[in-house]
Design a protein around this ligand. Structure first.
Ligand SMILES: [Mg+2]
Length: 387
């Protein structure tokens, strides 16, 4: 029987030019700054020498790492083909923490399974499409000379339109100023209405329900495609979300902050959302994401994958009830904030989009990417080995 012999977790850092950070940890434009972002890679080796790897993008944060370090020793000795068994055991182990750390192990196991079978994860999941319609998802607005005005948002969105994108998402300012957001919503709606699908994600920054009503009304007027987590209680309170959904016509995209398949089911059943969020780096891997997508399908809802990466593409390629891949995150002079760690032609840079506004689904075995281990080793900050 095949057995997991070893799990390696390699921490590393990578630079991103012109990227700063605000007081709440949001990544924002800062001319001349050079952010060093910490991330990690998971590699699972079997007793037969097969290796499954996973390098998270936006889901490579410190709380993820802590949970992965907790559960990695628990999978040593397990049959790597038993992804469902491991999913269920890690769900129990991480029940206080939403199961987040099971995500990276699960994605590496899918990569391993695909490589052993000589199939892409997309093919193993069933396959529905080869091209993924994509929205450019901008970093948060700022007051640093980057995305600091409606004109700056229009410039970036026009650049995206020229490249082929037919959808664009705004992340607003982080000071909760509803009037400023409305000014931007109106300007973007006027400029791009009918040409691009526009989404708004306020990252829970608006502070009152009253201000949120004004923002929703502006999105209705401007014909936005969806609204995501506009105010502090939204995304946390079913009642808050349902009140807004009943009052306005702009669809709600939610459940990005709700962990676990069962809580997502409760939220859906309570009539809180139009689009269901899932992310293989937050929602217990490829396995958890596909469960969430099928849960949404059963309710007649679309499942919108949060953020970008090879596991995200594999999942979306096999989900019929989904609309857009999220090319997260981009900004002026910032073509991506994701790690530059692939040696094959895989890329989540802004200019990697096709003329059709789509990104491709990797076709190689497993997740279809080759990690640049020279880069990772050169930028390594720590190595944890469990065997
Ligand atoms: Mg969001």
């Amino acid at each position: 029987m095949s057995k997991i012999e070893k799990v390696d977790i390699v921490e590393y850092q990578y630079p991103v030019e012109h990227l700063g950070v605000d007081s709440k940890g949001n990544r924002i434009y800062e001319a001349g700054a050079k952010a060093r972002i910490s991330n990690f890679v998971v590699a699972i080796t079997t007793n037969e020498g097969a290796i499954g790897e996973f390098a998270p993008g936006l889901g490579g944060k410190l709380p993820h790492l802590g949970q992965v370090l907790q559960v990695a020793p628990l999978v040593v000795g397990r049959n790597p083909a038993h992804r469902e068994g491991i999913y269920n055991d890690l769900k129990k182990v991480l029940r206080h923490f939403g199961g987040v750390g099971a995500s990276h192990i699960d994605c590496a196991l899918w990569d391993l399974a695909g490589k052993r079978a000589g199939l892409s994860v997309a093919e193993m999941l069933g396959g529905y499409r080869d091209r993924l319609p994509t929205y450019a998802s901008a970093i948060h607005a700022d007051d640093n000379g980057g995305l600091d005005s409606p004109e700056a948002f229009i410039d970036l969105a026009e650049e995206c339109f020229e490249l082929g994108y037919r959808a664009f998402k705004i992340h607003g300012w982080t000071d909760g100023d509803a009037d400023r957001e409305i000014e931007n919503i109106e300007a973007m709606g006027t400029r791009f209405g009918g040409r691009m699908a526009l989404m708004l994600d306020l990252g829970s920054e608006i502070l009152t329900y009253a201000d949120t009503l004004k923002v929703y009304a502006a999105c209705d007027e401007a014909g936005f495609y969806w609204i995501e987590d506009p105010y502090r209680d939204c995304g946390m309170s079913q009642n808050a979300q349902r009140m807004l959904r009943e009052k306005f016509k702009t669809p709600v995209c939610a459940l990005e902050h709700i962990r676990g398949l069962e809580p997502k089911a409760d939220w859906i059943a309570a009539g809180t959302t139009d689009f269901v969020r899932a992310d293989p780096e937050y929602d217990m891997g490829v396995s958890g994401t596909m469960k969430t997508a099928h849960l949404a399908e059963a309710f007649g809802l679309d499942c919108e994958i949060h953020s970008a990466g090879p596991a995200h593409r594999a999942c979306m390629s096999a989900i019929r009830n989904s609309n857009f891949y999220e090319l997260a995150l981009v900004g002026p002079q910032i073509p991506t904030i994701l790690p530059p760690i692939y040696t094959n032609d895989y890329s989540d840079r802004l200019d990697a989009v096709g003329k059709d506004g789509c990104f491709p689904v990797p076709e190689g075995p497993g997740l279809g990417v080759t990690l640049d281990w020279d880069f990772i080793e050169r930028n390594k900050t720590s190595h944890h080995e469990f065997q």
